[in-house]
Design a protein around this ligand. Structure first.
Ligand code: 4NP
Length: 157
């Protein structure tokens, strides 16, 4: 069985590439790369084709996560045909995705942090802030990634 996961933020250069890189690393560690497909995108198109924000890449690297090869893309309505899980970084991202959601979508469209053990609902946008924002994103993303992987494994068992 194959499960596909799409992480979505606004620009696809800070939060969702971090989620992409962290979750993919957990998937690879467990040898599940053929069973779990991982992607990320942004609701906006300003950064299409760009590498993740330098700060996101550097802070992720200090924790052993490699974001260097990721390139920004914009979420498209047809992604609903391809992804079992479409996970938004914040409530505004989720509202934007809900506008595109086709009637018959049978997958999971939700906040990524619904899979986290932490109580936060949103992964706050770190783009205009300082370094602490990027560390906080990593803390939230690491927690939710573990929860999501446990959930997917439980569904498959
Ligand atoms: P992200 O952060 O949604 O976590 O990738 C942002 C990146 C760029 C912009 C906004 C948020 N921007 O306005 O260009």
């Amino acid at each position: 069985m194959t499960v596909s996961v799409m992480f979505v933020c606004l620009g696809n250069i800070c939060r969702s590439p971090t989620a992409h890189g962290v979750f993919k690393s957990l998937v690879n560690e467990l040898g599940l790369q053929d069973q779990i497909i991982v992607e990320s995108s942004g609701t906006g198109g300003w950064h299409i084709g760009e590498s993740p924000d330098k700060r996101a890449t550097v802070f992720a690297a200090t924790r052993g996560f490699d974001l260097a090869d990721l390139r920004a893309q914009q979420f498209k309505a047809s992604d609903f045909d391809c992804f079992d899980y479409i996970l938004a970084m914040d409530k505004q991202n989720l509202r934007d995705l809900e506008m595109l959601r086709p009637e018959g979508y049978r997958g999971v469209l939700d906040l990524f942090l619904s899979f986290s053990a932490m109580k936060d609902e949103d992964v706050p946008d770190p783009y205009y802030g300082g370094d602490a924002g990027f560390e906080h994103v990593l803390d939230l993303v690491e927690s939710a990634s573990k929860g999501l992987l446990a959930h997917i494994q439980e569904q498959a068992s």
